[in-house]
Design a protein around this ligand. Structure first.
Ligand SMILES: NC(=O)c1ccc[n+]([C@@H]2O[C@H](COP(=O)([O-])OP(=O)(O)OC[C@H]3O[C@@H](n4cnc5c(N)ncnc54)[C@H](OP(=O)(O)O)[C@@H]3O)[C@@H](O)[C@H]2O)c1
Length: 242
């Protein structure tokens, strides 16, 4: 798909990986709706940076834990540049929890933000796309969704769910909407951790280095430019999942 003037919604698009995805879409000429939760100043700064380049974007706040806010987001997004044609489900939380100390609150928050919100955003996105118009959904997953360990249980299960959701929606929404996932590896340290934390883990993976947000953005562009890839999970991990 040619991305110039396409309308894209990036959830969690103001910071970290989401910011790189937003900037990559802007560089391709897409008009981006930057969704954010709490990062209002980062969203404002990114918006200023984009508009200073002469590109079009807007920022919309929504708490993805709130079902009403999720339901309304696609409709709100469509009022600015018309119906979104690209949905990038990037926003997620990543909080610790093993089998014996995961609380119901931890479980429910992960499932609401990481899995329920992407599902209902995808549903609303598909329903509002005019008949015959092509679209793409990209879900940002995690390789751990396919090879669960014993830590971050609720998080990992939501990422397993988003991989299953990617394949289910790829079937349901074909041929007009392609649905793919990207499974990142060691890209950015979790909030509160130093880069050295990731570097020590990276020493043990095949690529022997961490990845960058721009490598995730390039994977996203590959999937968006393809008209024939759907239901795929693209690992950008330096081989970590092997
Ligand atoms: N970092 C990595 O190395 C890595 C590795 C594997 C997979 N991933 C996946 O890649 C994606 C991005 O990762 P990241 O590290 O950039 O994530 P992050 O820094 O934790 O950012 C998550 C984003 O989600 C948004 N968000 C969280 N809770 C929200 C809520 N209740 N309502 C609205 N927005 C909410 C945040 O928005 P606000 O800041 O505006 O609140 C933020 O933009 C995630 O899906 C993650 O699971 C990342």
């Amino acid at each position: 798909m040619e991305l110039r003037n396409k309308v894209a919604l990036v959830t969690g698009g103001a910071v970290r990986l989401g910011r790189a995805l937003t900037l990559a879409l802007v560089a391709e000429g897409a008009r981006v709706i930057i969704h954010y939760g709490r990062s209002s100043s980062a969203a404002g700064e990114l918006l200023a940076e984009i508009t200073a380049r002469g590109a079009e974007a807007i920022a919309l706040q929504a708490d993805l834990q709130q079902p009403d806010a999720v339901r309304a987001l696609i409709e709100r997004a469509a009022t600015h540049f018309g119906p979104p044609e690209l949905l990038i489900n990037n926003a997620a939380i990543f909080e610790p929890g093993n089998w014996d100390d995961t609380t119901e609150e931890n479980w429910e928050r992960h499932f609401a933000i990481n899995l329920k919100a992407p599902f209902f955003l995808s549903q609303a996105f598909a329903k509002q796309l005019p008949p015959g118009r092509r679209g793409h959904i990209i879900n940002i997953a995690d390789w751990r969704g396919e090879r669960p360990g014993t830590d971050h249980v609720a998080y990992t299960l939501t990422k397993a769910g988003i991989i299953a959701l990617t394949k289910s929606l790829a079937l349901a929404l074909a041929p007009d909407i392609q649905v793919n996932a990207i499974a990142p590896g060691l890209i950015l340290p979790p909030p509160g951790r130093e880069q050295s934390y990731l570097d020590s883990k990276a020493a043990h993976i095949p690529a022997q280095r961490t990845g960058s947000p721009e490598e995730i953005a390039r994977a996203m562009l590959f999937l968006l430019h393809s008209d024939f890839v759907t239901g795929e999970v693209l690992h950008v991990t330096g081989g970590e999942q092997l």
